[in-house]
Ligand binder design. Sequence first.
Ligand SMILES: Cc1cc2nc3c(=O)[nH]c(=O)nc-3n(C[C@H](O)[C@H](O)[C@H](O)COP(=O)(O)OP(=O)(O)OC[C@H]3O[C@@H](n4cnc5c(N)ncnc54)[C@H](O)[C@@H]3O)c2cc1C
Length: 321
Amino acid sequence: MPLQRVAIVGAGLAGLACARTLAAHGTEVSLLDKGRSPGGRLATRRVEQDGRAFSFDHGAQYLTARGPLFAATLDAAGARAWPEQGKRVGVPRMSAIARGLAEGLDMALGREVVALTGGPGAWMLRHVAARRPGSTAEDDAQESGPFQAVALAIPAAQAAALLARPAPHLGRVLEMVRFAPCWTLMAAFPDRLPLPDTLRPEDGPVGWAARDSSKPGRDHATECWVVQAGPAWSRENLELRPEQAQAALLDALGALAGAPLTAPLYAAAHRWRYALVETPLGAPCLWEPTRGLGAAGDWCIAARAEAAVQSGAALGAVMAR
Ligand SMILES: Cc1cc2nc3c(=O)[nH]c(=O)nc-3n(C[C@H](O)[C@H](O)[C@H](O)COP(=O)(O)OP(=O)(O)OC[C@H]3O[C@@H](n4cnc5c(N)ncnc54)[C@H](O)[C@@H]3O)c2cc1C
């Protein structure tokens, strides 16, 4: 008999693809995500400073489709070419792709799942208001369920922590997965920087830098940059305070420009602790039918958004069977 009621933790691309696949088979799906909007690492930061609005795609930079499923997903979302044919971005921002996929799905946002209780056939999820500075783990704790099955579409280390009690053997499998972190600078400048739209330096702290405002459908009048530190620098400097990472990456961008930068109109640094998978699981997804527990994410296959969609869809298909 097909599953009737399933919970999916994580509304990134993997969770959304899993949800859409299950919903197409008639399963009732509840998604929970700790973020304020769906999309996870396919993310856009929108800020206002001194009456001006700035927008930065501070997670995935561009998307490439090698297979038909992701190509169809990008076509349906109206993704456009940037910086050249074969690479595509969401319009007017990256997060638009996830919003399209999320349409019509039942989703609780701003809810962080902290425990998986109950047992096979009747899993319960304990969740709290997503932790913001000053809140505690038990703020506004709620229980959802029972669910026949639960899919964890979150980074492997976080899935391993949730599985540690109900399915320790699955948790142990996930511990082999390794991610590289990524410090990311978002900065807006009053003048155009003397740099091409994209750079991938061979050495130094910066792994990739892009004039985010050069993407199609953006406000080209603003000079918005996204600068990603390489994995080695990010790992060595993982515990910097955001202001320190921001200053270091602004200096590095200035060095690439070959001239001192004018003071930014806005700048902030974001640390992605789990940015790009380095050691993937090597299987499309994880599913244990006897317990009704599964896991999916880019980390099953490769460090690309397409892998997240493939993994989520694979988990949805095996659960629906
Ligand atoms: C800086 C950076 C640059 C990248 N560049 C590219 C690129 O150019 N091209 C490309 O193809 N890919 C790129 N990627 C990778 C791409 O973003 C990911 O492969 C993809 O978005 C992963 O999707 P996912 O659904 O597997 O995971 P995620 O997007 O991480 O989704 C997981 C979701 O789970 C939620 N969550 C986690 N824990 C909990 C919990 N306990 N309770 C509730 N919710 C929870 C999170 O809020 C998140 O929304 C980049 C990633 C980063 C960070």
